[in-house]
Design a protein around this ligand. Structure first.
Ligand code: XMP
Length: 508
């Protein structure tokens, strides 16, 4: 299989580079700049990409690499810091740029294999304070910007290319084409990588890592842990135990669906812990949102770890961590941006052999593609985000068994109508909320005094901000009719037309 090495010098976009390479049907793997040359030579890469990084090449404590890497006969592309590093290794000059460039800049490119099908003028994304002030001998300057006289350089004979800008980010208009050119015109790749290869390779790696040991995975029913469970089951079958804690606050029939999927489609030990009653007991009389969240969160982990302790030798501990969870926790040499809590902390008394994270290199949409290939049902693969505290934060005030049931029924109607009308994948999130408000209504000739249901539906790219979804009135009318007719105890349905900010997506 053709492979590209992304040599990590601590940039923020390293995984994105690997992902763009994979999008071009060429497998890419990321290794730290501390990887020795012999390992790189043995791996017979079709090409090597030096990533960006936050440092200056003339600071000797910053990441460097032995110059011999440029004599392997393997094509190299340096990006940003990687570009300056090549200039420095080849005895060109790198210095602090008189004008730092940040953002979209116009690039003027000369004809080069790297710029095939790229117009002479195009927009690229720049983010640098140093620049190449003199290209090394044997290198031709192949692009410039108004403030960066050497925005790209090439030694065509040695197949070494370097670009100061970031072709991997979408703001670089022809970035995709430039990476494509590097892979196909410079490295001579054929493009033989598909998701099936990822699955095969990952299964082989998991078998090697886990050996004859056991492995335990906490399955939430969300996309990431479901796909991780699928891969692990294919790799080690019954050595895998999935622990699924059903706190009774999932959507209608969701717990049964998760259990059925993983016990019928996959080979594994599946432990379902039903603790809905205990959770409701703990939530009795509690209406403060933060207190509810705290109780649900703490109880969840207590139940989960108690179950793990019961298993005895847990072997490895698997997690459905995906790439965005890693970068935000500060992986490799990348500067820490914010601490993320998707990675579960283990209590001190729980001993395990190591952590297994089969999806740590993938983005969400890649995870979904793996899930589809593994035959995981679309309801799980395309599942919308669902808060850890479940329906507990969609019932305002005290949570009771009756309220959970009422909300589950109304929500099931909404989901059914959304699915029928093709909105399931087009909207980022939609759900019902039970605000605990009653109002007067009329049914037949009778006065009613029943519950109100709120429909919340949003579109968003990142959930930091969100817009309320413009669902057609006719669909809303059907949902309202069906909920008030089919769900006993609800006589009024309202639609939330507030964006985030000022509101949040969830209600508590
Ligand atoms: P908010 O309400 O903050 O929600 O606008 C943004 C996104 O986060 C989800 N959410 C959670 N997800 N645990 C989670 O795993 C939580 O406690 C939690 N609270 C909110 C929410 O559903 C939306 O997608």
């Amino acid at each position: 299989m053709e492979k590209i090495l992304v040599l990590d010098f601590g940039g923020q976009y390293n995984q994105l580079i690997a992902r763009r390479v994979r999008d071009n049907r060429v497998y890419a793997e990321i290794l730290p700049y501390t990887t020795d040359l012999e390992t790189i030579r043995k791996n017979k890469y079709k090409g090597i990409i030096f990533t960006g990084g936050p440092n200056s090449v003339f600071d000797m404590s910053s990441p460097h690499y032995a110059r011999d890497i440029l004599d392997l006969g393997v094509p190299v592309l340096g990006i940003c810091y990687g570009c300056q590093l090549i200039a420095w290794m080849e005895k060109g000059e790198v210095s602090t740029a008189p004008v730092s460039e940040y953002g979209k800049i116009e690039l003027s490119a000369k004809p080069s294999p790297l710029f095939e099908n790229v117009p002479e003028k195009s927009i690229v994304w720049m983010s640098h304070t140093d620049y190449i002030s003199k290209a090394p001998e044997g290198y031709e300057v192949i692009a410039s910007t108004p403030d960066c006289p050497c925005a790209a350089m090439a030694n065509e004979k040695k197949n070494i290319y370097a670009v100061q800008f970031h072709p991997e980010v979408t703001h670089s208009e022809y970035g995709e084409q430039i990476l494509y050119n590097f892979l196909y015109a410079v490295c001579g790749c054929k493009g033989d990588w598909v998701m099936d290869n990822f699955i095969e390779n990952t299964i082989a790696k998991l078998r090697e890592q886990i050996g004859d040991n056991n492995v335990v995975l906490g399955l939430s029913g969300g996309v990431d842990s479901s796909v991780a469970a699928g891969l692990l089951s294919r790799a080690v079958g019954k050595q895998l135990t999935c622990v699924f804690v059903d706190q009774g606050l999932m959507r209608k029939d969701e717990g049964d669906f998760v259990e059925k999927t993983f016990t019928t489609l996959f080979d594994m030990n599946f432990v379902r812990v039903n603790c809905g009653k205990e959770f409701l007991e703990k939530l009795r009389g509690v209406s403060d949102p933060e207190e509810k969240r705290r109780i649900i969160g703490t109880s969840f982990y207590n139940v989960f770890w108690d179950e793990i302790r019961k298993l005895g030798d847990m072997g490895y501990f698997a997690q459905g961590t995906i790439y965005p969870d890693c970068i935000e926790s500060g992986k490799g040499d990348a500067a820490v941006i914010k601490t993320h809590h998707n990675r579960v902390k283990t209590p001190g008394d729980v001993k395990y052999l190591g952590i297994v994270e089969p999806l740590a290199d993938l983005f969400k949409d890649e995870v979904r593609r793996v899930g589809e290939k593994l035959g995981i049902p679309k309801e799980l693969v395309w599942r919308q985000p669902f808060p850890g505290p479940g329906l507990g934060v969609r019932i305002i005030g005290e949570v009771t068994k009756e309220k959970v049931k009422l909300l589950q029924e109304a929500d099931a109607v909404l989901r059914d109508e959304m699915s029928k009308n093709g909105y399931e994948r087009n909207l980022s999130q939609f759900f019902c909320v039970l605000p605990g408000v009653k109002s007067v209504g009329v049914m037949g000739d009778h006065r009613t005094y029943e519950n109100l249901i709120i429909i919340r539906a949003v579109t968003t790219d990142d959930f930091m901000t969100a817009d309320w979804a413009r669902i057609p009135y006719d669909i809303l009318a059907t949902v309202s009719n069906r909920i008030t007719n089919e769900v006993k105890g609800i006589n009024r349905v309202v639609y939330d037309i507030t964006s985030k900010p000022p509101a949040t997506v969830e209600y508590e």
